[in-house]
Design a protein around this ligand. Structure first.
Ligand code: NAD
Length: 463
């Protein structure tokens, strides 16, 4: 995909953007608007609960060579919409707060773009879908994983029917103890903020499978527990802890999970320097007792097509990446990636997408010899996916995407509801029908018959 040249677009007024939630993920959008896409986009306002990060974002505009956007504290979000009149609001706050800003922005006449997961529970999902249908505004969910070239290549192969009808999928995601541990340091470690890894992290993976198959999930049976990031594991590793946080920990020299905020300019400028405003610690002890999310997860998902997904997520693996295999009526498609990981500005793991050779694609027909395929590739974060996604968001003239990678709230619901239902299944031990929590799921844009975006979801069958 290529961005249209500015000459074609000189008469097009720039779209006015506001961003709410000014942590690390915001930087991707701010830099995209203020640099690569400045010909057709401008950042007119930024908003955050933390005045320090608000100022950090405004100063970054100067480094980008752009005028500083107007800054608003969270309590003034509605005033920001009135005064700055953005066309689009980008929501990059913590997960459980997305719905509030999405709904208020759509009600004020703005289009919205939200980071994944769209939200964290079924009721918030319903509220977002209802607001979209009431207002008719565009609600986009940024599933950047779809844009990673080898994952688009998998879509291409499946669309072309290379292995026939997909009957089952085996998908196993591994987070190593650099990246995986990071979900246990801050707000992600509490389900009330993140929905746990079934929602916060697996929303990417469930969306990929939904989109790859072009299918709508129906039911989930899940298992999971916190087995590694526990107080007991700290002791088994020879520590006297757990303690509260790395900054005040008496055992930093002996703990391989020590995160030094002071010596990392990025983390210091974004978090440490502003924690007096809100008590947001970026370096909570990964073994502390109050963590309530799982690190070891498994799920069986069934689809409207009859296909099944066997899924696992482990957050303490020796390497980072994934394996996925599709079993079809004409053969099997296998794909695996060993990823590089960026957590604190220094950490990487050996290998990784950037080093090449760690992305594999293999097609095995039912009859005849299997063969390896040359993986598609691109440079940049998240396997090149972030850059390609921005090129699909900001320019006014975009080529038609045959993979339909631009996702809206329907795909947001379908992915996040698997994780929400999985959390219910963890509590009850029972298989959970997604419709019992949400009502009939809206078939996303990639489905054979996408749901019209006019009808409200059916009433709940259970509370
Ligand atoms: N697609 C991806 O690959 C990807 C990667 C990282 C993060 N994310 C998502 O991006 C979002 C932000 O993640 P992050 O890592 O930047 O988190 P972060 O904690 O660094 O930043 C969140 C920001 O939101 C602010 N905030 C929190 N609650 C708020 C509220 N109610 N009102 C206003 N501001 C509030 C915080 O002060 C902070 O500045 C999350 O939803 C996360 O899941 C997606």
């Amino acid at each position: 995909m290529s961005v249209s040249p500015p000459s074609l677009l000189s008469a097009t007024p720039r779209r006015r953007y506001a961003i709410v939630g000014l942590g690390s993920r915001r930087v991707l959008y701010q830099d995209g608007i203020e640099t690569t896409h400045a010909a057709w986009a401008e950042l007119v306002a930024v908003c955050d609960a933390n005045p320090g990060r608000l100022e950090h974002a405004r100063q970054r505009s100067g480094k980008n060579g752009a005028p500083a956007p107007a800054g608003y504290l969270a309590a003034d979000f509605d005033r920001m919409l009135r005064e700055r009149r953005p066309d689009v609001v980008i929501v990059t706050t913590s997960d459980a707060t997305h719905h509030d800003y999405l709904i208020r922005a759509m009600e004020a006449g703005c289009d919205v773009i939200t980071e994944k997961p769209m939200t964290t529970d079924a009721e918030k999902c319903r509220q977002i879908v209802a607001a979209q249908r009431r207002t008719g505004r565009s609600c986009r969910v940024t599933f950047n994983y779809r844009y990673s070239p080898p994952r688009s290549q998998v879509k291409e192969l499946l669309m072309n029917g290379e292995i026939g009808e997909v009957l089952s999928v085996d998908f196993h995601w591994l987070l190593n103890t650099h990246h995986g541990a990071d979900y246990f340091r801050r707000w992600h470690a509490q389900k009330r903020h993140s929905g746990g890894l079934f929602v916060h992290k697996a929303t990417h993976h469930f969306d990929l499978v939904n989109w790859w198959l072009g299918a709508v999930p129906r039911a989930v049976l899940a298992t999971g527990r916190r087995s590694f990031y526990t107080p007991d594991m700290a002791r088994r590793r020879g520590l006297g802890g757990p303690h509260q946080r790395c900054r005040t920990c008496p055992e930093t020299a002996r703990c391989s999970f020590f995160l030094d905020l002071e010596s990392n300019p990025l983390l210091k400028a974004l978090y440490l320097d502003h924690e007096s405003h809100d008590g947001y610690w970026r370096d909570g002890c990964v073994f502390r007792p109050e963590i309530d999310i799982e690190d070891t997860l498994g799920a069986l998902v069934t689809y409207d097509t009859g296909a099944t997904l066997t899924y696992s997520l482990n957050a303490f693996s020796a390497w980072e990446g994934y394996t996925v295999a599709f079993n079809g009526t004409k053969g099997r498609l296998e794909h695996s990636v060993v990823e590089s990981v960026y957590v604190d500005g220094r950490e990487t793991v050996p290998g990784g997408e950037s080093s090449g050779g760690d992305v594999k694609l293999r097609l095995v027909p039912l009859r005849g010899a299997g063969y390896d395929l040359e993986p598609w590739s691109a440079a940049g974060a998240h396997g090149g996916g972030d850059r390609l996604m921005l090129e699909d968001i900001f320019p006014p003239a975009r080529p038609t995407d045959k993979y339909l990678r631009a996702a809206d709230e329907r795909a947001g619901v379908c992915s996040v509801m698997i994780g929400i239902a999985a959390n219910h299944s963890l509590k009850t031990g029972a298989r959970v029908e997604l419709a019992d929590l949400f009502g009939e799921l809206p078939a996303p844009e990639y489905s054979p018959v996408p749901a019209p975006r006019a009808a409200l979801p059916a009433p709940l069958r259970v509370g």
